[in-house]
Ligand binder design. Structure first.
Ligand code: AN7
Length: 348
């Protein structure tokens, strides 16, 4: 069952929206006791592992809905700008719906697994000699001139789909967590989570979490309070200098009693390794939320004792293998003999 089947009655959608699903959502909430201990202990930490969605990222929730709506209104094609995950997801759901997908990506800045996905699902992939932000400006303009549906998170139905992750967390925990940390790029996801938590609280009295949104230091327009012209970060998914939902994200963080902060590339990669060390491999951007959480706890700016903290891990590690293979040592090579293997095992 996908998000439309499960939560359609809780979404604000036009009646023409078609059911579309690749069984997205219903992702695991994985407890991380060792990481919690390493961060000082005394609280419960979970990863909402969105890498388990059909195309390996949280984007699938919103894309099922946005493409289903576009299909229902008779659109033949969808278009988006993307740092990679939106592209793969749009391509998959367009393929599922029998539609064409056109994706614009910043040249040379999209992780290999994401680009391969978009190609595999049959999208028309166009690289632009520029940033994600420039690509977004272009797709907004072209979708106003041509009968092509825009499926970036400016599309309100994307947020309707993505807010379902908040419902799932509340259902799994029997209420809202105390703190939710997550990476912030174009700022659609944090906006959608806040919509979801507020809606669930109204319906079920589940309470509300403090939101901690985390950008990468080299791409932190919401922390700096101005557009970043040349965003740069190893977390290419969030290499965004002018977030489309920036204002709403800042408002959501403030209303929740939380904030948006930045983490360095080093802090992000260190957290990626620590997470993998507890069995959860995510792409760099997905570790940003936890990197920010660690920073706030260590600096004494966030007291999590006795609390429930959920870190949204937005995308699977498999999408961006290069970032790991670039720092890892080449695995050992030995002769195919028992003696050679045994000689190594002695050192175990
Ligand atoms: C893994 O795919 O913007 O703040 O074009 O891929 O809702 O943008 C990706 C964003 C976090 C940030 N984690 O979410 C795109 C794109 C991962 C991501 C984000 C993205 P938003």
């Amino acid at each position: 069952m996908g998000v439309l089947e499960r939560y359609r009655s809780w979404m604000d959608l036009p009646a023409h929206t078609e059911m579309l699903s690749l069984s997205e959502g219903d992702t695991p909430l994985i407890e991380l006791p060792r990481l919690a201990e390493a961060l000082g202990g005394g609280f419960t930490l979970y990863s909402k592992y969105e890498g388990m969605n059909p195309t390996g990222s949280f984007k699938d929730r919103g894309m099922a809905v946005a493409v289903g709506e576009a299909k229902g209104r008779g659109a033949k094609a969808v278009i988006c700008a993307s740092t990679g995950n939106t592209a793969g997801s749009a391509a998959a759901y367009a393929a599922r719906a029998g539609m064409k997908a056109i994706v614009l990506i910043p040249e040379g800045k999209v992780a290999a697994g994401k680009l391969a996905g978009a190609v595999a699902y049959g999208a028309q992939v166009i690289q632009i000699e520029g940033s994600f932000d420039q690509a977004l400006e272009l797709v907004v303009e072209i979708s106003e001139r041509q009968p092509i549906a825009l499926v970036n998170s400016l599309n309100p139905y994307r947020l309707e789909g993505q807010k379902t992750a908040a419902f799932e967390i509340c259902e799994a925990l029997g209420g809202a967590p105390d703190v939710l940390c997550l990476p912030v790029g174009n700022a659609g996801n944090i906006t959608a989570y806040w919509m979801g938590f507020r809606q669930y609280d109204k319906l079920q009295g589940s309470g509300l979490p403090i939101l901690l949104g985390v950008q990468a230091e080299g791409a932190a327009p919401l922390v700096l309070g101005r557009r970043v012209e040349d965003p740069e970060t190893v977390a290419t998914a969030i290499r965004i200098g002018k977030p489309a939902r920036g204002e709403q994200a800042l408002q959501a963080a403030e209303e929740s009693g939380g904030r948006i902060i930045a983490a360095s590339d080093e802090e992000i990669l260190t957290m990626q390794k620590r997470l993998a060390g507890e069995g959860v491999w995510v792409e760099p951007a997905s570790a940003a939320g936890l990197a920010g959480l660690a920073k706030e706890i260590q600096a004494g700016r966030l007291d999590v004792r006795g609390k429930r903290v959920v870190a949204v891990c937005t995308g699977h590690g498999l999408k961006d293998p290069d970032v790991v293979t670039s720092w890892m040592r080449t695995p050992q090579v030995i002769a195919p003999t028992l003696a050679a293997l045994e000689a190594l095992m002695v050192k175990c």
